[in-house]
Design a protein around this ligand. Sequence first.
Ligand code: SF4
Ligand code: SF4
Length: 172
Amino acid sequence: MSTQEYVCLRCSRVFPTCCRLSPGLEELCFPLSTQEKEDIQNHLQHSDFFVEQPNTADFIASMGRLLPDHQHKTRAIFALDTCHLRLKTLSDGKCILLQDDGCLLPRELRPFYCRLFPFWFYRGRLGYMAFSKCLAQQETVEVKNLLRLFRAEVTTLQEDFYSMLRNLGLND
Ligand code: SF4
Ligand code: SF4
């Protein structure tokens, strides 16, 4: 294992990190599955960490872009004017579970999306979501170098990605 300080810790000193969204864009926050919500609720012993978010046209379009192979199911599961769950955020966009020393949750209880970010699978191929304020992406644009920076394994990312889809009911 590298002795270099973990990239997300370094990122938190210079950027808002991926645990904070731009206020006003809450509707586009990635959904939380019921299973994830229940696991976190059992761990925290309270439920003050998620909200019900209406499925807007912009949210459905965003999900379609993220999951082009699952557009049909995405439209069925996240039907317009019904709701999905998402993590609660504060007025400055910060996830309610973000503490001064990082996420309140142990890694294995964090939503799959949080565990994966910035990695993503597009049409079965490993890639990543471009985010200008991700320090790791400022240090490299090569997927293989990002894997090294995050000390991530492709097989684990694959498992997390397909578990996330399954939990959201999006697996074929
Ligand atoms: S649950 Fe944890 S990792 Fe995910 S956005 Fe919130 S603070 Fe960040
Ligand atoms: S994944 Fe990227 S944006 Fe998120 S904390 Fe790590 S380096 Fe920063």
